[in-house]
Design a protein around this ligand. Sequence first.
Ligand code: UDP
Length: 329
Amino acid sequence: MGYILVTGGAGYIGSHVVKDLLKKGYEVVVLDNLEKGHKKAILSKYFENIDLKNKEKVKEVFNKYKIDAVMHFAALSTVGESMQNPGKYYENNILGGLNILESMKDFGVKYFIFSSTAAVYGEPKIIPIPEEHSKNPTNVYGSSKLMFEEMLDWYDKLFGIKYISLRYFNAAGADIEGELGEDHRPETHLIPIVLKTALKQREYVEIYGTDYPTPDGTCIRDYIHVSDLSKAHILALEALLNGRNSEVFNLGNSKGYSVKEVIRTAEKVVGEKIPIKEAPRRPGDPVVLVASSDKVKKELQWQPDFPDLETMILSAWNWMKNHPFGYSE
Ligand code: UDP
C-alpha cells in the first residue's frame, strides 16, 4: 500500500482526518499551502507546502510518492466571501481540484474522496434533504463544489477515477483528545464565534437575519461533529479500496438548530449569557439546511458518535479554552 494524499491536511476537517488515518495505520502525505491551514495541525511526517493552483508542483508530488488515493479538502469554504469574490472561489476550488485530477489521471491514481457541501442544494424543497434533491446553489461556494462534482463524474466515465463525494452539512466541534481544533482567520463560523465571544475576544455575536420564515426567525442548520465526519471519510476510502462504485453521500445528523438555539446551547455549555446583536441577513444563506443521512448509514454503515449539539459545542469549548489563540500559541 502506498500513500494517501490529503490536500488541505493542515485545515480544520483535513487535520482531523489525517489523525484518524494515521491511527488506522495509513501512510499520509499532507499537501497544503498554509494559507488557511496551520503547520501545527499537521500530524503526518510527510508534508508538502504546495499551492494546488501550481500544476507542475502538484505533479512533482505524484512523482515523489506512490499515491494510492486522494482525499481532497483544500478549498475555500466561506459562503459570504464567495459572494464578494467569486473569481477567487472558482480559481481555487475548480482549478486547484482539476490539477489534482489531471495528475491522478497521468499517474493512474484511481480513488478520490471529495469534500462537498450541503450548499450544492440551495433552498430545500424537502426536509430532510435527500441526495437526489435538485441542485440550485444560492451562493458561489456551493456552485464551485457542484461544478467539481460534475467534473468528477466525467473523470470517472473517461478515466475510471472512482470517487465518493461527501456533502457535509455544518462541521462543528473538536478532537475529543484535545489535540486538534478549529482555527479560521478570520473566523466566520457561528460556533467558534459564539465561543470567542464567551472568552471575551469579541463583544457580541451578530445574528445574521432574524426575519427568516422559521419559528424564531433565524436560519436553521444541521451540525455534525468533525470526528464523525472524519469517520465517514475513512469508511468511504475503504469502500473505494474494496471496489465500490462512485457515489455521493450527505453527512449530517438530520436535526436542525436555529442560530438562536445554537447560542442558547453554547450558553449552557459555558455557563454564562453570551451577548448578541441582531444584524442584516448574510447574502447567499439558505433558510434551512437539514440532511437526510439515511444513505450513508445504510450503505457505509456510518453512525455518529457525537450527534448531540451540546457535546459538539463542549468539545469545541474545551479546545478553545486550552488554545484561546488557536494554533498560534
Ligand atoms: N451566523 C450568524 N452569525 C455569525 C456567523 C454565522 O448568524 O457570526 C449564521 C449564518 O448566517 C448561518 C449559520 O449561522 O445561518 C451558520 O453559519 P456558518 O458560517 O457557521 O456556516 P455555513 O452554514 O455558512 O456553512
